[in-house]
Design a protein around this ligand. Structure first.
Ligand SMILES: Nc1ncnc2c1ncn2[C@@H]1O[C@H](COP(=O)(O)OP(=O)(O)O)[C@@H](O)[C@H]1O
Ligand SMILES: Cc1ncc(COP(=O)(O)O)c(N)n1
Length: 311
């Protein structure tokens, strides 16, 4: 892995990904006249923008037909002190039976926050019934070494089953450690530790991994892209400016923008670059909103960055 060079704000990359398309092949071959259909298996939050309320507009802006598979209904995301939670596991088998009866077809299955361990079986059913669909897995479980409040050890264990065969696995460092069965080692991992986590996840059967959120205290956030087929030479480090405040929902927006860029026919490293920039710009706009610390990422003014990706 080559070190990123820094400039003040923009993304820096360890290779010129924009011009090195040969080293950053598309995972999806996009016909600009065709609108790919992506099932978004996430929760719905009534307030606090994240999960489905991020996935639907962001993927739509990137030119996808988004079909929600709601894994839970929350009054607000789990960073609020008060929220209601309704697990929708019981309705999902009938929901997918009805899709099957109507011959719905899918080009992608993009999963995130789950409501119960049984929902992993629902995702695996989607994989079986739509074997052509690209599998995007955001293994949402926790952050900063802590699990989210509705996540049990059983749900984390079930989540591990989604690693094998994932076309794009997008964990943060907490989630990568849980999936790989390692202790969380903080956010400032060196290259060797990053490579160790990437190797572990690729060894568990992921085809590509985007490891998010390495923070070495130098003002940058680093995301890493690795490819099971490409070996060490195929790894990319993408670094961009770290803003000094935190916003909820950045992980969901990043994963949705990355998924949209891949479905628009971009390479994975280029897609990770686009997603990181999209989140960084939207964080700037979120800062101008009331109660910005808790409202979720306000990306409404940034969707135009994604509408031009196709064609
Ligand atoms: N403070 C920040 N400044 C700039 N970019 C950020 C910041 N927080 C998150 N991002 C971008 O969004 C990506 C995903 O955010 P993160 O919150 O780490 O995901 P998760 O919710 O999965 O932990 C990061 O890898 C980074 O590219
Ligand atoms: C109900 C719910 N859904 C999703 C998230 C993840 O948010 P993030 O994108 O910050 O990981 C959350 N905290 N709560």
């Amino acid at each position: 892995m080559t070190d990123a060079t820094t400039d003040a704000h923009a993304v820096t990359v360890s290779a010129d990904v924009a011009t090195a398309a040969a080293g950053d092949p598309a995972l999806y071959s996009r016909d600009p006249r065709y609108i790919p259909r992506v099932a978004a298996v996430h929760d719905m939050c009534g307030y606090g923008k994240c999960s489905l309320t991020a996935a639907i507009p962001i993927l739509s802006a990137a030119g996808c037909d988004v079909c929600p598979v709601p894994t839970a209904l929350f009054s607000a995301h789990t960073k609020y002190d008060v929220f209601t939670f309704h697990d929708t596991t019981g309705i999902l088998p009938g929901y997918l039976d009805a899709w099957k009866a109507e011959h719905v077809d899918l080009d992608g299955v993009y999963s995130g926050f789950l409501g119960s361990p049984e929902q992993v079986a629902i995702i695996r059913r989607l994989y079986r019934e739509y074997p052509r669909a690209l599998r995007f897995v955001d293994p949402v479980m926790g952050d900063g070494g802590e699990l989210y409040p509705t996540y049990t050890p059983e749900l984390c264990e079930a989540m591990r089953a989604l690693v094998d065969g994932a076309d794009v696995l997008m964990p943060n460092l907490t989630e990568a450690a849980i999936l790989a069965g390692r202790d969380y080692a903080g956010g400032d991992l060196d290259d060797r530790a990053v490579n160790g986590l990437l190797d572990a996840l690729l060894g568990m059967g992921a085809r590509h991994v985007v490891l998010k959120g390495v923070d070495r205290g130098d003002g940058l956030i680093r995301n890493y892209v690795a490819d099971a087929a490409g070996g060490a030479a195929g790894r990319r480090e993408l670094a961009h400016e770290k803003l000094s405040y935190m916003i909820q929902g950045t992980g969901d927006a990043f994963a949705s923008a990355l998924c949209g860029a891949v479905m628009a026919g971009r390479g994975l490293a280029e897609s990770a670059r686009i997603a990181g920039e999209f989140v960084r710009h939207a964080m700037g706009n979120t800062r101008n909103q009331p109660r910005f610390e808790e409202r979720g990422l306000s990306f409404e003014l940034n969707l135009g960055e994604l509408t031009g990706l196709v064609g």
